[in-house]
Ligand binder design. Structure first.
Ligand SMILES: [Cu+2]
Length: 191
């Protein structure tokens, strides 16, 4: 993947991102396809029946001081679970947000948790649920791995390394794991 080709392609999306008001959730990147950005985040193979977090990445803010947005997929274990908070040693505050459309404008609001069905998954993806990262350590640079600590209602905690991207470098292909809900593999199972 050639970086300059990506940059040209992304430019119109950046304008849309500025209109979105909170860092932008409009494009649909797929970090696992960002071969040009260097080493991919190692994905621990999620075993069936085990609560896990995969495909984590963070879009850093285009302007210093603005919040960043985090995306990932939570795979449910053997029992229903609920993600209730996220923290990071390098981020002052992380909120769970959901996005929606209101009179044609993308809006977002804070939510207090997201259910993860047993055996299903909860996707945090552009245009939908996301983690809002306020006060990101300015030393975090694109390409760095940002450790996120997820806490669930049962008390279980999971840590995941999220690869960070500058807004303009965020990949633009549709995410493989961006499907909302419990069904997995539907959209890419064809040929
Ligand atoms: Cu938000």
């Amino acid at each position: 993947m050639r970086r300059y080709g990506t940059a040209v392609f992304v430019a119109p999306l950046m304008a849309a991102a500025l209109l979105a008001g909170c860092g932008g959730q409009e494009s649909a990147p797929a970090p696992q396809e960002q071969a040009g950005a260097g080493n991919a985040v190692a994905e621990p193979a999620a075993r069936p029946g085990t609560l896990a977090v995969t495909d984590a990445w963070v879009r850093l803010a285009p302007v210093a001081g603005r919040p960043a947005a985090g995306y990932f997929t939570v795979r449910g274990g053997g029992a229903p679970e609920r993600l209730v908070s996220i923290s990071s040693a390098r981020v002052a505050t992380i909120e769970l947000h959901e996005s929606g459309m209101n009179d044609g404008m993308m809006t977002m609001r804070r939510i207090d948790g997201v259910d993860v069905p047993a055996g299903g998954e909860a996707a945090f993806a552009p245009g939908g649920n996301h983690a809002m990262l306020f006060g990101v350590d300015p030393g975090v640079k694109p390409g760095d791995l940002l450790l996120l600590d997820l806490t669930f209602a049962s008390g279980e905690k999971l840590a995941v390394e999220a690869k960070t991207f500058a807004t303009g470098d965020a990949p633009v292909a549709a995410p493989k794991s961006g499907v909302q809900g419990a069904e997995h593999g539907g959209e890419h199972s064809g040929h």
